[in-house]
Each structure stands twice: as structure tokens, then as C-alpha cells.
Design a protein around this ligand. Structure first.
Ligand code: FMN
Length: 365
């Protein structure tokens, strides 16, 4: 057995994992018409065979026209899509890995690659993907209620498919984050307010509806992030007190595990402490957290996401995991490049690790 803390089992009352390695959610746009096919199932299965503990899917749309900004992003509703996902889930679970889909609604944000806006009606708190840029009308009460119901329906679908958990994409400036940020939430009703506590209401209602739809034992994860802008100049929470407002509302609504997204897992989040974002969220909530960002890659500062990157050491992430700063470690690009990343690390075959290149985003290997 490997002595690395990455290979200690995760023993949560609702979710048992064979190790601490999580495949980060990564959009692939390989599901024409919203239905994942055999190639997508094989892609996820290979990461399960490669030893990952928990596989998080790419973001998947919910039953709202505007939830996706590209028709090749998969859905988590509808017969064809669900049949496609069933093959993914069964294939992954046969490898001993666990599987959770990520639910994604882009809100008012255009697609990062094509710059296309989602199909109408665009759902967002105030019609803004970014302060000062209006692309749609604010969501009506009816649209908000229907969107929350669509999240719940997708979560129920995940449970029916035999998924082990479900993750809400609450990060990176998409719909839920648009409600959280005062730069994109300009509402003057009960979906906004002076602090993150009030702006978290939409996210909390989504969690509650998903809990209601799936029962008390189904693990609900939420991914949150601090950064809104590519240069990292805007943060959601400016200090631990602000972060606590958000985290406490979400924990009370029923979140089981927080996925703390950031460019670098080790970034010092607030002055006066070395703690990372995942470290702070764990400290505040008392709940397990997932750290992510540059794990297994040797990434110089300010490197673009799709640059060529060599494999890197993992001792710092192991040290923090061992110290209990966070509980799970998500791996994105390193796993996109190398389906066997986890097994190679476990067996000490680090000289065989494959670095990341943009072509791995273009392929589905
Ligand atoms: C091709 C690609 C697609 C991504 N798609 C998503 C997504 O659908 N949902 C999400 O929350 N994050 C997404 N991300 C962000 C990753 O989950 C992860 O946080 C990021 O790549 C940093 O981790 P890494 O350094 O291990 O790659 C994506 C990243 C990449 C490279």
C-alpha cells in the first residue's frame, strides 16, 4: 500500500471513496444533442480504471433552455441523455470508482470558447454576465422557481441513475455565482441584499430543493470559487467573516462537501495565515472540502490554462492533506493528459507521468 495520504480511504457517512483523488469537472463538448455516447463513457471509465476515487463529470445542463451555451455539452435530463449517462455511471462504477455529475447553468455568461450566448430565455439575476454589460432581462420569480425545480429534477435523475453524489456548479461566474456577486446581482427583491448571506439565498434554495428531491442520505457537493475575473482582481469574500456568511448558509441548506475551486490549491487566501481557500472553508464549516488547482503539474505563475505543462511534484498537496487542511484533492489537466495518473502516483511510477498539452482538450482519449 502507498504511504501517501492521497491513498487513504475517505470514510464519510454518506460517501466512501477508495482514495482522496477526485477527477475535476471538465467540459468536453462531445455530447451532440446533449447525450453522452460510448466515447464519453469510455473516457470516464478509463479514469476509473486508472485508479481515481471519485469522478466528477463535466458540467451538465438542467431543464432550462439557457442552461448551456453549446449544444454539445451534455444534459442531465431527457431520455436520450439519461440513457447515455447510465452507460457512463455503470462503466465507472464497475472500476471501483464513485461517480457524481456536476450540474451547470451558465446564466448570462457567453461560452468561453465560441463567445455564443445561451439560448433564450437567458436566466440570470440581473441580465449581466459582467458589471456594466447587459445581455438580457432579469429573471422573473416564475423563472427562478422553475430553474430551482430543474436543478431538483436533475439531482433526482442523478440518484435514479445510481450516481454516488451530485455536485452543483456554484463557481466561476456562472448562474449561481451571478447571484452571489454584487457586481452581477443588482436585484432589489429577496434574492439580493447587502451581504453574501442574502445573495446566497438562490444557491441555498437550489440545495434545499435538491435535498428534498433526493432524500437525506444523498451527498450534495457544491463548487464555489473566489475569483470572478481572469486577473483575479475580484474576490467573492474579502475576509474570513464574509466567507463564513456564505458557507454557513449553504451548510445549513444541506451541503455535505464543499469543492473549493481556485487556480492553485496552495494559494494563501487571506492575509495573516497560510491557509488555502479549501482550508478556510473546512475551518469555518467543519465540513469536508476538496482542494484543486495545479495538482501534479509544474505550473509557473501566470501560465494560461491550456499551456503545455510538465508533470510536477505532489509533496505540498500531500503535506496539506496529511495535516487535515482539506480532505480530498481534485485533479484536472493532469488527468486529462494521463488517465493513469492516480495509479502511476500510487505505484511510485512518477517518471512515467505525462504532462498537459492543449491537444488533450481537443481529444477525448
Ligand atoms: C478543459 C477544461 C474544462 C473545464 N470545465 C469545467 C467545468 O465544466 N466545470 C468546472 O467547475 N470547472 C471546469 N474546469 C476547471 C477544472 O475543474 C479545474 O478546476 C481547473 O482545470 C484547475 O485544475 P487543474 O490545475 O488540476 O487543471 C475545466 C478545466 C479545463 C482544463
Amino acid at each position: 500500500m502507498s504511504a501517501s495520504p492521497l491513498f487513504r480511504p475517505f470514510d464519510h457517512p454518506k460517501l466512501k471513496l477508495r482514495n482522496r483523488i477526485v477527477m475535476a469537472p471538465m467540459t468536453r463538448k462531445r455530447s451532440p444533442g446533449g447525450a453522452p455516447g460510448a466515447d464519453v463513457a469510455a473516457y470516464y471509465r478509463r479514469r476509473g480504471e486508472g485508479g481515481v476515487g471519485l469522478i466528477l463529470s463535466e458540467g451538465a445542463g438542467i431543464r432550462r433552455n439557457g442552461s448551456r451555451s453549446d449544444p454539445a455539452v451534455p444534459n442531465l435530463f431527457g431520455d436520450d441523455a439519461l440513457a447515455g449517462w447510465q452507460a457512463v455511471v455503470d462503466g465507472v462504477k464497475a472500476t471501483g470508482a464513485k461517480f457524481a455529475p456536476q450540474l451547470w447553468h451558465v446564466g448570462a455568461r457567453p461560452d468561453e470558447a465560441t463567445k455564443a450566448l445561451p439560448e433564450a430565455p437567458i436566466d440570470s439575476p440581473s441580465g449581466l454576465p459582467w458589471p456594466g454589460k447587459t445581455v438580457a432581462e432579469p429573471m422573473s420569480e416564475e423563472a427562478i422557481a422553475d430553474t430551482i425545480a430543474a436543478y431538483a429534477e436533475a439531482a433526482a435523475n442523478a440518484a435514479k441513475l445510481g450516481c454516488d453524489a451530485v455536485e452543483i456548479h456554484g463557481a466561476h461566474g456562472y448562474l449561481i455565482d451571478q447571484f452571489l456577486w454584487d457586481g452581477t446581482n443588482l436585484r432589489s427583491d429577496g434574492w439580493n441584499g447587502p451581504t453574501l448571506k442574502e445573495r446566497a439565498r438562490f444557491a441555498a434554495e437550489v440545495v434545499r430543493a435538491m435535498r428534498q428531491a433526493t432524500g437525506p442520505d444523498f451527498p450534495i457537493l457544491i463548487r464555489i470559487s473566489q475569483d470572478k475575473s481572469p486577473d483575479g482582481s475580484v474576490r467573492l469574500a474579502n475576509d474570513p467573516g464574509e466567507l463564513a456568511l456564505l458557507v454557513e448558509v449553504l451548510a445549513e441548506a444541506g451541503v455535505d462537501i464543499f469543492h473549493c475551486s481556485g487556480a492553485r490549491f496552495s494559494r494563501r487566501e487571506f492575509a495573516g495565515s497560510d491557509l488555502s481557500f479549501a482550508g478556510w472553508v473546512k475551518k469555518i464549516s467543519g465540513l469536508p472540502t476538496i482542494a484543486v488547482g495545479t495538482v501534479g503539474l509544474d505550473v509557473p505563475p501566470a501560465t494560461p490554462l491550456f499551456a503545455t505543462i510538465a508533470p510536477g511534484p505532489i509533496d505540498e498537496v500531500e503535506r496539506r492533506l496529511d495535516a487535515g487542511e482539506f480532505d480530498l484533492v481534485a485533479v484536472g489537466r493532469a488527468l486529462l493528459a494521463d488517465p493513469d495518473w492516480a495509479e502511476k502516483v500510487r505505484a511510485g511510477r512518477t517518471d512515467e507521468l505525462i504532462g498537459f498539452e492543449a491537444r488533450y482538450v481537443a481529444e477525448l482519449h
